[in-house]
Write a protein that binds this ligand. Structure first.
Ligand code: CA
Length: 241
C-alpha cells in the first residue's frame, strides 16, 4: 500500500514542517502549492496506483482556488481521505456544514506531530473500509437493528430500503453507531467520542450538522418516516424496527 501523503499548502515553511513529521513517521510526503496541481496529482493514472496518495492534507486558503473547492471537485472522482488546514474559525463551520466530504480539520497554528497522529487514525479507519470483499463476510447482521437498514461494515456501506446510501465518512460512522444501538439515546458527547474519536476539536454542532445531512439523505429515499429521533437536551436515537 502506498505511504504517500499529499500536502497542498502554499506556505513552504508549513509544508516543510508537515513533510518532516510525515517522513519521521514513515510516510512519503509529496507537496504541491496549487489546487489544480493537487487535483492533477490525485486523478487515477493507470500503472501509478502504488504512488497514489493515501490521504490529502489540504490548506483552505490556496492561491488559485479555495481548498473547499478542491475537495468538492476531488469528491467527484475520489474518496481519498482529506484533512483540512484552516487558519480561520469561521471556515470550520463551512467545512463541517457544507458536507463536502472532509474527514477532519486542524486549525493553524498546529503541531505537525498531532496532525500525523490524526492521519494515522483516519488511515486506520479507512483500512477497515478497504478490507477485501469476501462473500459471506460483507454483511453484518445486527441483532435488533431496524430491518430497513443493512450495515455492510467491511464495505463501510449502509443499505436503506435496498438502496446504498451515499454517505461521507462521518455520516457513515454516525449512522453505524446509531444502528449498533437501536432504540438507545446517545448523547452528543457519546456520539462525538465514538464517531469523531481522535478529532479533539469536534464541536457539538458538528454532530447536529451531520445528523441533519444524514436525515436529508434518508428522506430522499423514504420521505414518510424519520428514523433518527431527536431527544431534546439528551441526544439522538435510531427508531427500532
Ligand atoms: Ca494558505
Amino acid at each position: 500500500m502506498s505511504k504517500t501523503v499529499l500536502i497542498v499548502e502554499d506556505e513552504q515553511a508549513i509544508a516543510d514542517s508537515i513533510a518532516y513529521a510525515l517522513r519521521t513517521d514513515g510516510f512519503v510526503p509529496r507537496h504541491v502549492m496549487l489546487g489544480e496541481q493537487a487535483l492533477a496529482a490525485l486523478r487515477p493514472t493507470p500503472g501509478e496506483a502504488a504512488q497514489m496518495p493515501v490521504l490529502v492534507v489540504l490548506d483552505v486558503g490556496l492561491p488559485d482556488m479555495s481548498g473547499l473547492e478542491v475537495c468538492r471537485r476531488l469528491r467527484q472522482f475520489s474518496e481519498v481521505p482529506v484533512i483540512f488546514l484552516t487558519a480561520r474559525s469561521d471556515e470550520i463551520d463551512r467545512i463541517v456544514g457544507l458536507e463536502i466530504g472532509a474527514d477532519d480539520y486542524v486549525t493553524k497554528p498546529f503541531s505537525p506531530r498531532e496532525l500525523v497522529a490524526r492521519i494515522r487514525v483516519i488511515l486506520r479507519r479507512a483500512g477497515v473500509a478497504q478490507a477485501p470483499r469476501e462473500t459471506g463476510m460483507t454483511i453484518a447482521a445486527l441483532a435488533g437493528a431496524p430491518a430497513r437498514f443493512e450495515l455492510r461494515a467491511l464495505e463501510a456501506k449502509v443499505i436503506f430500503h435496498g438502496q446504498p446510501l451515499d454517505l461521507t465518512r462521518y455520516e457513515y460512522l454516525l449512522l453505524k453507531t446509531l444502528l449498533e444501538h437501536p432504540g438507545h439515546v446517545l448523547s452528543r458527547a457519546q456520539l462525538m467520542e465514538r464517531v469523531w474519536s481522535g478529532a479533539p476539536d469536534t464541536l457539538e454542532r458538528t454532530v447536529d450538522a451531520h445528523v441533519k445531512s444524514l436525515r436529508a439523505k434518508l428522506r430522499a429515499i423514504d420521505a414518510q418516516v424519520d428514523p433518527i429521533h431527536t431527544h431534546r437536551g439528551l441526544g439522538y436515537s435510531l427508531a427500532g424496527a
